[in-house]
Write a protein that binds this ligand. Structure first.
Ligand SMILES: Cc1cc2nc3c(=O)[nH]c(=O)nc-3n(C[C@H](O)[C@H](O)[C@H](O)COP(=O)(O)OP(=O)(O)OC[C@H]3O[C@@H](n4cnc5c(N)ncnc54)[C@H](O)[C@@H]3O)c2cc1C
Length: 389
């Protein structure tokens, strides 16, 4: 049977009344573009001046979207979700750290997360961003096709080794690794690195997944090309499909630098390619593992319906649905209740280091038409149901 995404009793089983009240306050505030802009501006300023705002951030937006400051804190959240058969993707959410020492320091943190995940029932994935291990400028240069100096080549070799250490640990512990996608102007080296890891570790099953941002008009053809390459080389394509989180930034850069935006002309085109990508993968599950990262109910229903119509078991290890922690619980918990594989992205890390992630969430919940309204109406519906029951 297909899941009903409006069942709020199932969606919010793990949230107390107080949690729901706080979530309602947060989503109402984020729904106002003015409040969000002021909040983001004030946070940046306060963090820059080292003002003591971490407590405030932690008890509001951080609490909604993050698991905790340490892996152990995040593990407590993971244990709660496990009760409802909802899995977790450990996402060490530290962003924007530059420098070789910082990049090296991050590797054992990820290996630790892999080992911890392997010791738990409901943590099948970890995720990583290549910018957590590489200088942005280096990635940009490789993407542009310019020749690297000997020093830069050595720097790139170190990036490879860092990511390889994590993927190898993941392979040895049977934990899957999602390599996130970021700005399109650094994507080429991310693809190169991810393809190399998939070729090494995806022979029997998908351990490593690349991310395909379907808001870029070149991505659907690239997904098909990746499939051709993986098939011809004899490894399984791990395909994480998202719409894409950097639309404004992508368009602004294109305008500023005078090149055509890589982003689709409109939302409908992104939706069309997203769903086409989902079906493309579902039709080839013998050689593809699919990770559907979206809060879009239609796309989730499309995949769930296809699986039902084609006799694909809900819990096939080849298909995963995923939403971010703190968002679209109505999709996650109802899909999990209907037996589909679901895992929530659960970022963790020191408050100040996950601020860029939180800013994206705030912006998304303001700029994505309908999302905040949807969250609010579901929360209100559940609060009312609890009052009357
Ligand atoms: C589990 C998970 C993992 C994620 N990992 C990544 C990642 O690695 N990299 C990444 O970039 N993002 C990632 N995201 C974020 C994702 O890309 C989207 O920004 C977010 O999920 C909103 O898209 P949607 O499919 O959920 O919902 P929807 O509300 O259906 O779609 C909103 C999205 O549609 C696109 N869109 C909106 N308006 C337009 C327009 N006018 N023209 C063209 N396109 C438009 C944008 O991508 C926008 O974010 C992830 C999301 C999830 C749930």
């Amino acid at each position: 049977m297909l899941p009903a995404f409006d069942n709020t009793e199932i969606a919010f089983r793990y949230r107390t009344d107080k949690d729901l009240k706080q979530a309602r306050f947060l989503f109402s505030s984020m729904g106002s573009p003015t409040l969000t802009s002021i909040g983001m501006w004030a946070t940046k300023l306060a963090m820059g001046w080292n003002l003591p705002v971490e407590g405030l951030i932690k008890s509001t937006i951080y609490r909604q979207f993050c698991g905790g400051e340490t892996m152990e804190e995040a593990a407590r959240v993971a244990n709660v979700l496990a009760k409802y058969k909802v899995g977790v993707i450990m996402d060490y959410g530290v962003e924007g750290k530059e420098g070789e020492a910082e990049f090296d320091k991050a590797v054992p943190e990820f290996v630790k997360a892999v080992k911890y995940a392997a010791s738990q029932q409901n943590i099948p994935f970890i995720s990583l961003k290549v910018t957590g291990f590489a200088r942005f400028g280096l990635l940009e240069k490789i993407h542009s096709g310019a020749t690297l100096t000997a020093g830069e080549q050595a720097e790139w070799d170190r990036v490879y080794n860092r990511v390889h250490t994590i993927c190898k640990a993941a392979f040895e512990n049977n934990i899957m690794v999602l390599i996130d996608a970021e700005e399109t102007w650094i994507q080429e080296p991310v693809n190169l690195l991810t393809d190399a890891m998939m070729e090494l570790y995806n022979k029997e099953k998908a351990i490593v997944f690349n991310t395909f941002q379907m808001y870029a008009h070149g991505t659907l053809p690239y997904l098909k090309q990746s499939y051709e390459i993986s098939s011809s080389k004899g490894y399984i394509l791990g395909a994480k499909l998202v719409r894409g989180a950097y639309m404004e930034k992508e368009r602004e850069r294109g305008m500023k630098m005078g090149y055509p935006s890589p982003i689709q002309p409109d939302k409908a085109s992104t939706d069309r390619d997203y769903d086409a990508g989902v079906l493309f993968c579902l039709e080839r599950l013998d050689k593809v593992a699919l990770f559907i990262g979206t809060h879009n109910e239609k796309s989730c229903l499309l995949a769930a319906t296809y699986m039902d119509e084609h006799g694909i078991a809900h819990n096939t290890p080849k298909v995963w649905f995923s939403q971010l922690y703190g968002m679209s619980d109505n999709i996650s918990f109802n899909l999990a209740d209907a037996g589909y594989n679901v895992a929530k992205y659960l970022p963790y890390g020191p408050v100040k280091d996950v601020v860029p992630y939180l800013m994206r969430r705030a912006q998304e919940n303001t700029s994505v038409a309908g999302q905040t309204g949807r969250e609010l109406s579901l929360i209100n519906k559940e609060m009312k149901r609890r009052r009357l029951s």
